[in-house]
Design a protein around this ligand. Structure first.
Ligand SMILES: [Ca+2]
Ligand SMILES: [Ca+2]
Ligand SMILES: [Ca+2]
Length: 352
C-alpha cells in the first residue's frame, strides 16, 4: 500500500488518497520484523512458523530508550478487529523526523481509539507500516501493565499524560513516557502534544507547526452491568464489577460511587468529592467568588439560580480546572441581589 502526502496551501497535511483497511493478503506480505533494537537482551529473527533468538551481539544499552523495554520479550503484530477510531477525520497526523507522517486514523476501523484510561487500535506510517497502541483489553481491566508481550499499550492518566508502549513490527517498541517526551492529551480540546520515541525511528512529534493530532471524542466506556459506571473505573478502584452502583457509597462521604465516577473523584476517600469549598462576595453583593473541588480529567459548569426558575450558566461556559491543584476558583460580577444560589456540575470531557 502506497500513500503519498501533500501539503496544502495553508500548511495542513492530508492524504492524497484514502487508505483502505489492511486485508489478510496484505498481512502476509508485510515485511517481517527487522529487529527490536531496544530489547537489549535479545535480537530476533523470523524462521518458519515463528521466531528464534539469534546469538549475536546485542544492541548497545546506550541506544535504548527506557528500562521498561528490557522486560518485554517481543510481541508479534497481527491486526485484529478494532472498534471505531475516535481520532478526528481531518486532524489525524503525527510526524517522525526520520520516518515521515503517521496517520492515526488510516480508516475508521483501524484507527486509534481513545478510551477513558487507555488507547487502542492502529496508526499507519507509509514508511514503516502499522503501529499497535493496545488491544483495548488491559489484563487488570483498566491499564496496560507493559510488563508482558500480551499486555502492552498506551495508557491515559487522569492528568492527560500518556505512558506505556506502542509496537510496530518494523521499528519495534515506541515509548510513551513523561521524563523526556511528555506526551499528553488535552481534555478540553482533544489535542495531543509532546513526543514518543522509537529507537529505530527517533522522536515522533504528536503535534507540529504543520499538523494537529486531535481526538474528536473519548469513546463511551464499556459498562457490563449497565449501572452507568465504566468497567475500567470499577476495576481500577474496586477490582470487581459488582461492588459499586448508583446506590453504593463505599467511603461514606454522602456521594454515591456512581456520582464519584461522574465527577472523577476517589470513591475510597471520604475527603474526595465534588463540592464548593468556599465562597465570598463584596459588600454590594455584585461580585462573587466560588472555589470548588476539581479533578484534572473533568470540565465544570457553574450555574446560578434563585431556586424558583431554572438554573442558568453563570457566564463561564465549561471551565477547565486549574492545573497542579485540587480546587478551582472563579469570580464573576452580577446584578445586586439579596439572595443567589450557585451550583457546580462536573462533565466528562470529549463525551456527549
Ligand atoms: Ca459498570
Ligand atoms: Ca462516596
Ligand atoms: Ca469520595
Amino acid at each position: 500500500m502506497r500513500v503519498a502526502y501533500r501539503k496544502l496551501a495553508f500548511g495542513k497535511v492530508r492524504a492524497s488518497k484514502s487508505m483502505q483497511p489492511l486485508k489478510n493478503s496484505n498481512l502476509n506480505s508485510r515485511p517481517l520484523p527487522k529487529s527490536l533494537s531496544c530489547l537489549w537482551a535479545i535480537r530476533i529473527s523470523a524462521v518458519r512458523g515463528g521466531f528464534r533468538l539469534l546469538d549475536r551481539p546485542f544492541p548497545s544499552r546506550s541506544a535504548c530508550f527506557h528500562p521498561i523495554l528490557g522486560i518485554l520479550v517481543f510481541a508479534f503484530l497481527a491486526l485484529s478487529a478494532a472498534a471505531s477510531s475516535t481520532i478526528s477525520a481531518t486532524d489525524r497526523f503525527a510526524h517522525a523526523a526520520n520516518a515521515g507522517w503517521i496517520d492515526f486514523r488510516p480508516d475508521g476501523t483501524h484507527g486509534v481509539r481513545v478510551d477513558e484510561s487507555f488507547l487502542s487500535g492502529y496508526a499507519y506510517a507509509a514508511n514503516f507500516g502499522w503501529i499497535h497502541f493496545g488491544d483495548g483489553s488491559p489484563e487488570n481491566g483498566h491499564a496496560y501493565t507493559n510488563t508482558s508481550s500480551t499486555d502492552y499499550g498506551v495508557n491515559l492518566a487522569p492528568d492527560g499524560s500518556l505512558s506505556g508502549l506502542a509496537y510496530s513490527a518494523n521499528i519495534g517498541w515506541i515509548a510513551f513516557e513523561q521524563h523526556w517526551g511528555q506526551p499528553r492529551l488535552d481534555y478540553s480540546t482533544g489535542r495531543f502534544s509532546g513526543h514518543a520515541h522509537a529507537a529505530n525511528a527517533g522522536w515522533i512529534a504528536l503535534d507540529t507547526p504543520f499538523s494537529d493530532l486531535v481526538a474528536s471524542s473519548i469513546a463511551a466506556p464499556a459498562d457490563t452491568h449497565g449501572d452507568g459506571i465504566s468497567d475500567a473505573w470499577e476495576m481500577e478502584h474496586f477490582e470487581k464489577l459488582t461492588l459499586s452502583s448508583v446506590s453504593t457509597d463505599a467511603d461514606g462521604d454522602g456521594v454515591s460511587d456512581h456520582q464519584e465516577y461522574l465527577a472523577g473523584t476517589d470513591p475510597l476517600d471520604a475527603a474526595s468529592h465534588l463540592r464548593i469549598v468556599s465562597h465570598s462576595h463584596d459588600k454590594d453583593n455584585t461580585r462573587t467568588s466560588l472555589e470548588f473541588t476539581t479533578a484534572p480529567n473533568r470540565l465544570y459548569a457553574i450555574q446560578q439560580g434563585d431556586l424558583k426558575d431554572k438554573w442558568i450558566d453563570a457566564g463561564f461556559g465549561l471551565v477547565t480546572p486549574e492545573s497542579g491543584t485540587t480546587t478551582t476558583t472563579r469570580t464573576f460580577v452580577h446584578p445586586p441581589a439579596s439572595k443567589l444560589f450557585f451550583r457546580v456540575q462536573a462533565w466528562k470531557p470529549l463525551q456527549n
